[in-house]
Design a protein around this ligand. Sequence first.
Ligand SMILES: Cc1cc2nc3c(=O)[nH]c(=O)nc-3n(C[C@H](O)[C@H](O)[C@H](O)COP(=O)(O)O)c2cc1C
Length: 213
Amino acid sequence: MFNEQEKEAFYKIIHTRRDVRTFLTDPIPPETIMNLLDAAHHGPSVGFMQPWNFILITKEEIKARLAWAADKERRALAIHYEDGRQDQFLSLKVEGIKQAPLTICVTCDPTRGGSHVLGRNSIPETDILSTACAIQNMWLSACAEGLAMGWVSFYKKADVRDILSIPPHIEPVALLSVGYTEHYPSKPILEAANWEKRRSLTHLIFHESWGTA
Ligand SMILES: Cc1cc2nc3c(=O)[nH]c(=O)nc-3n(C[C@H](O)[C@H](O)[C@H](O)COP(=O)(O)O)c2cc1C
């Protein structure tokens, strides 16, 4: 179905994609933004419910308010760490909302498709999982387009609902900063900062039952 070159390109994107927090302010061509959104919209979803919406934010004033909500949360979360770890946490750059020319708020509508979406009756959070699949598609598409993307989840949902006039039943799943960058990391930023490292895959694989290596 796919030749060797196509497969190679696919895995190259998977391995190259990074979470990015440093952006140039250069604008993004509208057709490229549509490519990202179209990639997201072709993600899988439980019962094909397609629970997502995409709020495109380019106005400086709104980005500043979102950046404020993220920074407030970042400072609040610092209490979970002690001593040196807290200083290290506070020194991490965890978002680039004001720098990036575009922020996309991806939302999930749990009511889309009615009360009996096929497959969602057993595990209600499959609507959020579907939205995350769309976001990952968008992230890979951004990488293929030479764009950087950063997922920001440091915020109180109520703040984001207020700032973007999102109704109470709609979940703001992610704020995604999108733009070009001169600093596309070659490894995860948290790995470079000695915060966390990639675990060994072989230790995560079990055979036939939990815990059986
Ligand atoms: C659900 C989710 C939420 C995330 N939230 C944040 C965030 O608020 N701030 C941040 O700097 N990175 C955030 N990240 C990015 C992760 O830190 C990053 O994916 C991880 O360190 C691995 O790096 P990589 O994406 O470059 O491979 C988030 C990622 C995911 C999947």
